[in-house]
Design a protein around this ligand. Sequence first.
Ligand code: SAM
Length: 236
Amino acid sequence: MYQVEDRHWWYRGMETITRALLDRFVNNSNLKILDAGCGTGAAMTTYLAEYGMVTGVDLYPQALDFCRKRNAPRLARASVLDLPFASSSFDLVTSFDVLYERAVRSEASALREFFRVLTPKGHLLLRLPAYDWLRGQHDKSVHTNRRYTKGLVKELLEQSGFIVEHLSYANTFLFPLAVAKRLGERVFPPKDFQSDLALNAGVFNTVLKYILASEAPIAAHIGLPFGLSVVAVGRK
Ligand SMILES: C[S@@+](CC[C@H](N)C(=O)[O-])C[C@H]1O[C@@H](n2cnc3c(N)ncnc32)[C@H](O)[C@@H]1O
């Protein structure tokens, strides 16, 4: 992730979608932000920092070491299931592709922790992989426990006390290509497991980035009807 997240089309396209959601629902540059499951730190140290002071939390020390290489100033090693922060500490919690992982035994418990650490009326911005039937080799490489639908995310958010302000799928325009790839893998399983993010798109990287980024206004407003990811905005 550390090697690809600054330039890979998927990360850069998702950044544009995330910015559109933040600009519509949060629109503030002075927030206290928790990036829960911050990974190797690109989001936290680049565009999220434009919205306020970001603290990153991750379960794995290796991830935090990479964040330090990016000079991330506020880091904690902890699980999203047991956050080491007082209640009502953050105006915004972001969690991008974390709750689906095997190391998160219960996404409902993690969502309750996010709710607890948020200030009243604070926002949660969540991104998760979509549709269990789309499981592929990529999911083996990234320890996927489950994939989600919009309906399931809505149910989980509401059960944890959130008001759901927005729900959409994302990565819709490239969905047919992804489905063909995933189904192809079932017929001809590759010899080595590889994350999709390890694939070098070469000259297509820029084109794919623009295709994904072009979804941003729709994903942040009317919403997209299907896609490879679910994005959600919840309010405490
Ligand atoms: C797919 S990565 C996403 C990282 C980052 N949010 C991003 O968008 O690039 C998932 C991250 O969740 C972290 N993680 C998994 N289980 C966790 C848990 N229980 N508590 C905190 N972090 C966890 C992993 O270490 C990994 O860094």
